[in-house]
Ligand binder design. Structure first.
Ligand code: G4P
Length: 533
């Protein structure tokens, strides 16, 4: 494998459940030669259920809870695909994956258009200026008109579209797609493993008559002329700035349109670029190794009862058994076992470069957001803890297991599965999550992995904010905390990392607190707090 970071394309797929993310992943791997037979990814989904009891939840619900990393090669590029959990309840985990990618592939179900989950994920991509390529899937089914779909993307997702290919009809009369740039027509034939692609000299080429009936060709010519006049031409810079998304049409299940997408993806998707650290901007081509932890996952596989910390390499080259520096712990360590992942297989990593993802064995030393370097003091920014939206009080059902409960909650917090708050004036423990299903996962894992039976009780809190002193009022911080501790509108608490936070029952209460305490910021994410604190 080449150690040139410029060949790396590190990306994720964002979509609403059922749009075809798994199917597309499988086809990308197939074209990348990483798997031989379609069906492997689905088989992987099924095999995983059998190998970890945590996956029982996935099995029961038929959803994908975990993320993994897949690698494959195509057209001289080394692609790292970070899988994102599809269920809406696991959005926090998915958000973090977005912090570790350089681009995203958005899959839209052509019959349904833009759905809720896609909208949420696109918001994050826009905030982070992540370039997005769009694949409109399931053209073999009756779909909305392509113009309607593009207009929907533009109005709902607030991003300009630039069609690279254009479909002629959908469903039973789906004919194929035309690539405006390569001037290639791919004819749809569900029986073909790879679609036939025919080069044509633009739309005036006489040979069109061989493939399309005159009325169909006329329809197509009219449409494409109109489309080329209306939509923006592909502009690489606007794409990299996240202002425009190139759009492809196809049918993943029929391998159709996937290779056109993959080819263009390798051509335009960005290689790793500079990353912002608190101290300075870090370039991917720098000699020294650095990266950050964006995900921690326990018990990925019952055969290896372990915790894996996923590290995104941001600069330099990693070599097996090298010595690295854990910035938060101010500690040197030898990076022992590191893994890369291919389907359900783990392989030992010999070397890796910027853009690659490493799985590090974690004995409890890593937290999400940690920076690991060769020797420099660097802290990568942009891996926030999101403010949870749902809160429950934890009630221990086995009173003698209090220690296990605390340990379990602490570790689940470090994995980013939840946030824990300890109100200062009571002995309560409040858990906050982004999606309802996470409570079930936590309850299940506390019981199975830590032997701490617990249940959750509803509580009045709806918002959490981290309390951050404004630099000019640092000296008043303690007196503000004392006043907050006495306030009825807010519940002053500490989170698992001993950072100050408040819980409030409404936006109104939060606004009131902000009016009363202008000398502090109530931050939506804990990122700034941990850096400053
Ligand atoms: P997800 O990961 O985004 O949740 O979606 P997934 O790929 O699992 O696809 C969801 C369903 O849509 C699957 O059907 C899949 O076969 C189907 N699908 C994916 N791509 C296409 C396409 O291009 N055309 C059509 N017609 N269907 C497509 P299922 O019935 O839920 O599963 P299965 O029984 O087919 O495995």
């Amino acid at each position: 494998m080449s150690s040139n970071y410029q060949t790396r394309r590190t990306f994720c797929i964002i979509s609403h459940p059922d749009a075809g993310k798994t199917t597309l992943t499988e086809k990308l791997l197939l074209f990348g030669g990483a798997i031989q037979i379609a069906g492997t990814v689905k088989a992987r989904k099924a095999a995983r259920y059998a190998t970890s009891d945590w996956m029982e939840i996935e099995k029961q619900r038929g959803i994908s809870v975990t993320s993994s990393v897949l690698q494959f090669e195509y057209g001289g590029c080394h692609l790292n695909l970070l899988d994102t959990p599809g269920h809406k309840d696991f959005s926090e985990d998915t958000y973090r994956v977005i912090t570790a990618v350089d681009s995203a592939l958005m899959v839209v179900d052509g019959a349904k258009g833009i759905e809720e989950q896609t909208k949420k994920l696109m918001e994050i991509c826009s905030q982070r200026k992540i370039p997005v390529i769009t694949f409109i899937n399931k053209l073999d089914r009756e779909c909305k008109s392509p113009i309607e779909l593009l207009d929907e993307i533009e109005s709902v997702l607030k991003i300009k579209t630039s069609p690279i290919t254009w479909p002629l009809r959908s469903g039973k009369s789906f004919q194929g797609v035309y690539d405006f740039y390569k001037k290639v027509f791919a004819k749809f034939d569900p029986d073909k493993e790879r679609p036939e692609e025919i080069s044509v000299e633009g739309l005036k080429d006489k040979r069109w008559q061989d493939w399309l009936a005159p009325d169909l060709f006329e329809e197509f010519q009219e449409q494409t002329e109109l489309v080329q006049g209306v939509y923006d031409k592909f502009d690489a810079q606007k794409f990299l700035n996240g202002q425009i998304t190139p759009v492809f049409f196809g049918s993943a299940i029929n391998n159709f349109g996937v290779e056109m997408l993959l080819r263009k993806f390798c051509e335009v998707a960005p290689a790793p670029s500079e990353r912002l650290a608190l101290e300075r901007i870090v370039e991917p081509g720098e000699k020294d190794f650095s990266g950050f932890i964006f995900k921690i996952q326990a018990n990925m596989d019952a055969r290896h009862r372990d915790r894996i910390a996923f590290l995104r390499v941001c600069s330099g080259n990693f070599e097996k058994s090298m010595e690295a520096y854990h910035v938060r712990l101010k500690k040197k360590f030898r990076v022992g076992n590191t893994f890369q992942f291919m389907a359900s297989q783990r392989t030992q990593v010999e070397e890796a470069t910027a853009g690659d993802i490493l799985g590090l064995y974690d004995t409890g030393d890593f937290k999400i957001g940690d920076t690991i370097t060769q020797k420099e003091n660097l802290s990568y920014l942009g891996i926030p803890s999101f403010a949870p939206e749902l809160f429950r009080k934890v009630i221990l059902t086995s009173p003698l297991k209090s220690k296990q409960l605390h340990r379990g909650l602490q570790q689940l917090c470090e994995e980013g599965a939840s946030q824990v708050f300890y109100p200062v004036n009571t002995n309560d423990i409040v858990v906050g999550v982004v999606g309802q299903l996470q409570f079930e996962v936590i309850q299940f894992r506390l019981e199975k992995e830590y032997g701490a039976g617990a249940k959750f009780e509803t509580c009045a809190y709806k918002l959490a904010r981290w309390v951050l002193p404004k630099p000019e009022h640092k000296d008043k911080f303690q007196s503000t905390l004392d006043a907050l501790a006495r306030s009825y509108d807010t519940l002053l608490s500490k989170d698992a990392e001993e950072r100050w936070a408040i819980l409030c029952s409404s936006e109104y209460a939060l606004n009131k607190a902000q009016e009363r305490f202008p000398e502090v910021t109530f931050a939506r994410t804990s990122e700034l707090v941990s850096r400053e604190g």
